[in-house]
Write a protein that binds this ligand. Structure first.
Ligand code: GLU
Length: 477
């Protein structure tokens, strides 16, 4: 979505970069080198479908190769264009640097409405697109590793991995050519929920700092906070589900493509999603809450926390002044335009920026890539050893209690929990939680400690750009 008078998405990302670069001590040459997008490959290919040849246009853009492989999702949407993939590739560079995943930034996209094609047709199209990218090393375990994004998921990633393996039959690391695969095809537990889970961990970390919470004019923890979520896709659904089921948030509105559902008492996210799955993705007719046709207007409703989890540019010059949320977490990439960001900041709104907020996906992708390269599931070697050690301790405590007539009994549920070694999902969540906490603290240090830094976005850019610059410098640039 581009409102008249606003820069394009890529320009918006560059302007945000410039705001941070101004506060840094970098040579103009290095600054320009980091800002620009290294390359964008456009591919047009034909697939014979329904008796005729259909031509598709796709892109793979590489923003920065300061580290390789480069990383970033592949989006299937009719709105895909070169400006968008370049903006998203740039955000991947900064995102990866911020959460310390050892990748450069990349992004891909195919102009297609996936709903128009059946599964078999989509497989043909995806495999053909993958073929075009693989033969140019634009999908490769050591050079460029895609992942899911809007309109794609485990199924498409499995096709891409299989296509790569058909074309590289002796590559023992072939499965690492793409992440977000289903667990039975080389994926990892917890990847599907990862981005939404990351949003939850980001918010938990934010609320651990009362000083930061106060900047948004809020107080207390997440419990009871009124949340508006835009987009109940993979990211929005998981974020809303975890925040409401585990942190006591009240989801007072859900905005989707057919309008919004409102309920001041809180909506049951799981139930709404279930309804949508059975009704072609539409919420209208849902027997709970109130349905409002003008979904965009609901972004402007009173709430404590707004979570845009759909498209870029949804908060723009046109509506920014009317947004009431004191705290926004960008679960989507680029939901707030450069101009809107300025208006919101002036109003005192705290924005937890995309490159941090939605980095959970790429973080768990990194774990999957490492798992593929090491050819072993996380926890396989340690889990039972860990359990044996815990058992030893519990049995010793019980023996002592009996021998000394101390009468100790371990608390209900404690023994079971303590004796359980960590499986892959527990390890993935732990690694993700640690990543989100560490990255927040790095941003926060700059936010509070560096002259001229007013907001978390600039702080995030400063942390990322410094790390990318450091890598370039040590390469002799
Ligand atoms: N598409 C996701 C993103 O925008 C995930 C990328 C990845 O896992 O490589 O961050």
């Amino acid at each position: 979505m581009q409102v008249t008078g606003e820069p394009s998405f890529r320009e918006s990302v560059d302007l945000m970069f410039n705001r941070a670069a101004k506060l840094m001590d970098m040579s103009p040459g290095l600054e320009q080198k980091i800002r620009v997008c290294n390359s964008t490959y456009t591919v047009r290919f034909g697939v014979r479908l329904r008796g005729k040849i259909e031509t598709f246009t796709g892109y793979r853009s590489v923003h920065s190769e300061h580290m390789e492989p480069v990383k970033g999702g592949i989006r299937f949407a009719l709105s895909v264009n070169q400006d968008e993939v370049e903006a998203l590739a740039a955000l991947m560079t900064y995102k990866c640097a911020l959460v310390e995943t050892p990748f450069g930034g990349s992004k891909g996209g195919l102009c297609i409405d996936p709903r128009q094609w059946d599964e078999h047709e989509l497989e043909q199209i995806t495999r053909r697109f993958a073929y075009e990218l693989i033969k140019r090393d634009l999908i490769h375990p050591a050079q460029n590793v895609p992942a899911p994004d809007m309109g794609t998921g485990e199924r498409e990633m499995a096709w891409i991995a299989d296509q790569y393996m058909r074309m590289n039959t002796t590559d023992i690391n072939g499965k690492a050519c793409v992440t977000g695969k289903p667990p039975h095809a080389g994926g990892i537990q917890g990847r599907v929920e990862a981005t939404g889970r990351g949003v939850q961990y980001a918010l938990r970390e934010f609320f651990r700092h009362p000083e930061d919470v106060a900047r948004a004019g809020l107080s207390g923890g997440l419990d009871g906070k009124r949340v508006i979520i835009q987009g109940l896709g993979n990211v929005g659904y998981h974020a809303a589900k975890f925040l409401s089921e585990e942190d006591g948030c009240k989801v007072i509105a859900i905005i989707e493509r057919d309008g919004a559902l409102l309920d001041p008492a809180g909506l049951d996210v799981e139930d709404v999603r279930h309804w949508m799955n059975g009704h072609g993705g539409l919420m209208e007719g849902y027997p709970g809450g109130t349905h409002v046709a003008d979904g965009a207007a609901v972004l402007e409703e009173d709430c404590d926390l707004l979570i845009p989890a759909a498209l870029e540019g949804v908060i723009n010059l046109e509506n920014a002044a009317r947004i009431k949320a004191p705290l926004i977490i960008e679960a989507a990439n680029g939901p707030i335009t450069f101009g809107a960001d300025e208006i919101l900041r002036q109003k005192g709104c705290v924005i937890i920026p995309d490159m941090y907020a939605n980095a959970g996906g790429v973080t768990v992708s990194y774990f999957e890539w490492v798992k593929n390269l090491s050819h072993i599931r996380f926890g396989r070697m340690q889990r039972r050893a860990e359990e044996a050690r815990s058992r030893l301790l519990v049995e010793e405590l019980e023996r002592l209690s009996a021998d000394q007539h101390l009468g100790w009994t371990l608390g209900a549920g404690f023994k079971e929990k303590f004796l359980q070694g960590s499986d892959e999902l527990a390890l993935v969540r732990s690694g993700l939680d640690d990543t989100m906490r560490t990255a927040y603290q790095a941003m926060r240090e700059v936010w509070h400690g560096r002259e001229g830094v007013e907001d978390l976005r600039v702080a995030a850019y400063i942390v990322s750009i410094s790390r990318v610059a450091q890598t370039y410098r040590s390469k002799g640039l």
